[in-house]
Design a protein around this ligand. Structure first.
Ligand code: ADP
Length: 402
């Protein structure tokens, strides 16, 4: 490997990374994928090569207190492992692009300053995303960096889909629905022509069900509407976020319980959703294993809310032709897929039990009018593609049909 592109996805307690090398064929080739997890506690760095073999799995010698220190640990490992190679670009997942950034953007000090203003709109992710950019600037000042936004894919909605019906004078240009998980949806839309050609240009709902969860209504591969809104709190029930909540309930937290803005923020981002309902865990695997009635209630609500969203997005699309499950829960939990599809049977959705228990990608029965799919997402590859195009590392045609 001569040159490589590094992709970083900095989260609240982890730094995920991928190393891609220059495409000789039609798309980026994964060299390795890993993460530094439990930042701020008992951290661990691990990485595997493209075949899944471990390249490293150990506790760093010094404590990793924050994203900046995680980048230092990563830079050391990259230097050790790929010493002879040259990093030609770094692509970052940045959750919020705000009203201005509709496309991936080369990072400059001015871009960074503007993205900092958006921290209150994505307090769980944006600070870490920007800290990773700053840390790379320190370590590799000569390497160009690209910010790829989770909001960009949704920027061509009809205005009505992005409207927040509050008074015009306080709405301005900022208070609107943005939508998130756009890199995941863009990736899924990019592979549908190959994986599921019969629905690629039709009406499709993609369910990105991970720790964060949302759905996107696609028509001909373009986002028409999505369950996330102004922030990544709206819509579906998530690991620690509640999804849609009556705004009156939030007023109650302030007025009756007299909580501070910071306390309400913590409740909404870190203590609600599956964790809040169950009081046990934000991890779907724990809840599915548990026989506790509150764990069952959390799973029931997750399924109830997901089925309700499918109905809403089907109404927006005027019917659906395909349903795609992706991300941690969507890709791996046959039980959650089964339950959501059973609740959506009125849309002529029917799973094939055997296919659903397999790896897919198609998991619906022959009789099902809506075809159902389980397709792994790959936000990192999407970031590598954008970074390569923007930095002129690949020809625009190279992966146009993948
Ligand atoms: P994120 O990237 O948003 O942190 P992921 O897409 O990795 O999240 O998904 C994490 C979620 O996926 C967790 O709730 C985890 O429990 C769930 N998950 C992973 N594998 C399974 C499985 N086999 N069954 C049920 N849930 C699973």
């Amino acid at each position: 490997m001569d040159d490589y592109t590094l992709v970083l996805n900095a989260g609240s307690s982890s730094l995920k990374f991928c190393v891609f090398h220059r495409p000789e064929s039609e798309d980026w080739c994964l060299e390795s994928r890993g993460q530094i997890e439990s930042i701020g506690a008992e951290s661990r760095i691990f990485a595997r090569d493209a075949q899944g073999r471990y390249l490293i799995d150990e506790k760093p010698q010094t404590q990793v207190r924050d994203t900046r220190e995680a980048v230092e640990v990563l830079a050391e490992w990259l230097g050790f492992t790929y010493g002879g190679a040259r990093v030609v670009g770094v692509g970052h997942r940045v959750v919020h692009g705000g009203p201005r950034y509709a496309f991936p953007t080369v990072v400059t000090p001015q871009v960074l300053a503007e993205l900092r203003h958006l921290v209150p709109l994505a307090p769980l992710h944006q600070p870490q995303n920007l800290a990773a950019i700053e840390a790379v600037s320190e370590h590799l000042p000569e390497v160009p960096q690209v910010a790829c936004f989770d909001t960009s894919f949704h920027r061509n909605h009809a205005p009505i889909a992005d409207l927040i019906p509050l008074p015009r004078e306080i709405r301005g240009s900022e208070l609107r629905r943005y939508g998130f998980h756009g890199l995941s949806y863009e990736y899924i839309a990019s592979v549908l022509p190959r994986v599921a050609p019969e629905i690629a240009h039709k009406r499709v709902i993609v369910a990105h069900l991970g720790n964060g969860a949302s759905m996107c209504a696609l028509n001909d591969g373009k986002s028409i509407d999505t369950s996330f809104g102004f922030t990544a709190l709206d819509g579906l029930c998530m690991g620690t976020r509640p999804g849609s909540v009556d705004p009156g309930a939030i007023l109650y937290l302030f007025q009756t319980l007299e909580l501070s803005a910071k306390e309400v923020e913590t409740i909404l981002y870190r203590k609600s959703g599956l964790l809040g309902i169950s009081g046990i865990s934000n991890d779907m695997r724990d809840l599915l294993r548990s026989s506790h009635e509150d764990a069952r209630l959390a799973v029931d609500y997750f399924v109830f809310r997901a089925a309700k969203e499918i109905g809403a997005l089907a109404a927006v699309l005027g019917g659906i032709d395909g349903l795609v499950f992706t991300a941690g829960i969507g890709e791996h939990s046959a039980e959650i897929r089964r339950r959501i599809c059973e609740s959506s049977a009125w849309l002529n959705i029917e799973l094939d039990a055997e296919l659903n228990a397999s790896k897919g990608p198609r998991i619906s029965s022959k009789a099902s009018k809506v075809s159902v799919w389980a397709i792994p997402t790959n936000e990192e590859l999407m970031i590598a593609r954008h970074t390569g195009l923007l930095l002129g590392l690949v020809q625009p045609r190279a992966h146009a049909t993948t």
